[in-house]
Design a protein around this ligand. Structure first.
Ligand code: PLP
Length: 395
């Protein structure tokens, strides 16, 4: 007899995101020709860097000749790319071996798939507000979730408390949606907590490239003891514009063991069974990101987004409203003005200023009354959106 995975019945429909999409479409139908300024997008707007495009073209040509053709790639990633990632960490003083690096098709896949390593009875601690995929992946796996309390006074970054008990802990820094970054001390507290409890931290570093402040950790492996309790999941989506090209990497140290089992060996076994590797062409494009020229070019693009973020921050500064993020992150998380709820502010901004953002409540109940603005739009649109935002906040 076939029984479906009934956990899917426990997933909440993301009505909010469907609803805001519909509201924008309705507005456009009713106001033809009016431009909408999108500060809600989580996708990049700049194209891939030149160095990456050239590498992709060269790799396509390689596939045309018997001598340079590549068929199936190694499941855990090509040596040249694992080695490039290893060097990238080495430059920051984090010594890895290349077989601690697993190449993936992006962070989303890994954030959910990695749960294969843990028994269903292992509960997960999730901060709230949070990137919704963590919660949904846990629900699909039938995993119990405990939400971590966060407060605005600490930029919605959760702190470990002795009473908490969980096997898996999801941490995202720089954070989506709040843009806040875990400081070294707070991350150390989480590492100490995880080691004391025998938990494993899933560290989502999808926005690490936006950190300029050297005092802030870009990788959890900058924290002593993290190799024994953490997995780091990273992506080239926002770092290098790979949202549509798809490439990421996951770091699982060999020192990470639970129940006498090596998580690195388990993941190798998992990937060799469930994937056939990422395409040769895309991996060559990824390798180019880590070249000196590639790093310079991605830096230039990130600076464009960071300038947008500063523009958004200045617009909110003028209103005196509370916000966090924006400094080392592409996201700004602001309180809604006039005691509005998130959805109300969405409607207000759309109708009064033709600016679209993301209601905070879409990232969990703790996000009610807050709003996420994104710096991934074009500089022109962002400038105009900020001028409109400034004037509606003044009214
Ligand atoms: N993690 C966070 C926090 C994100 O915001 C996103 C995408 O928006 C991802 C992971 C997914 O990244 P990828 O495009 O590599 O799947």
């Amino acid at each position: 007899m076939l029984t479906m995975n009934m956990n899917y019945k426990n997933l909440k429909e993301s009505y909010l995101f469907a609803e805001i999409g519909e509201k924008v479409r309705t507005y456009q139908r009713e106001h033809p020709g009016e431009h909408i300024y999108r500060l809600g997008i989580g996708d990049v707007s700049l194209p891939l860097p030149c160095t990456v495009i050239k590498a992709l073209h060269r790799a396509v040509d390689d596939q045309a000749f018997r001598e340079s053709f590549h068929g199936y790639m190694p499941e855990c990633g090509a040596d040249f790319l694992r080695e490039a990632v290893r060097r990238y960490y080495g430059e920051r003083g984090i010594e890895l071996s290349s077989d601690e690096v697993f190449i993936s098709s992006g962070a989303s896949d890994e954030l959910g798939d990695i749960q294969d390593l843990f028994d269903r009875s292992t509960a997960a601690l999730l901060p709230e507000p949070a990137y919704p995929a963590y919660y949904d992946a846990c629900v699909m796996a039938g995993r119990r979730v405990e939400h971590l309390k966060t407060v605005r006074e600490r930029d919605f970054l959760p702190e470990p408390e002795g009473r908490l008990d969980a096997g898996l802990i999801y941490i995202c820094s720089p954070n989506n949606p709040t843009g806040a970054v875990y400081g070294r001390e707070l991350l150390r507290d989480w590492v100490d907590f995880a080691r004391a409890k025998g938990s494993v931290i899933i560290f989502d570093a999808a926005y690490e490239a936006f950190i300029d402040d050297d005092s802030l950790p870009k990788s959890i492996f900058e924290i002593e003891g993290a190799r024994e309790c953490a997995i780091e999941i990273c992506s080239l989506s926002k770092t290098a514009g790979f949202t549509g090209t798809r490439l990421g990497y996951t770091i699982i140290p060999k020192a990470l063991e639970r129940n006498g089992m090596s998580l690195n060996a388990m993941w190798r076994r998992n990937r060799t069974t469930k994937t056939n590797g990422v395409s040769y062409i895309i991996q060559r494009g990824g390798e180019a990101v880590f070249s000196p020229e590639g790093q310079q070019e991605i830096r230039k693009n990130i600076l464009v987004y960071k300038k947008n973020a500063r523009e958004i921050m200045r617009a909110i500064d003028d209103s005196g409203l509370w916000y966090c993020g924006g400094d080392n992150s592409p996201y700004i998380w602001m309180e809604c003005p006039f005691n509005m709820k998130s959805r109300e502010f969405f409607d207000f901004l759309l109708n009064r200023a033709q600016v679209v953002g993301t209601p905070g409540v879409g990232f969990g109940a703790a996000g009610e009354g807050y709003f996420r603005l994104s710096a991934f739009g074009s500089p022109e649109d962002t400038r105009e959106a900020c001028s409109r935002l400034r004037s509606v906040l003044r009214t």
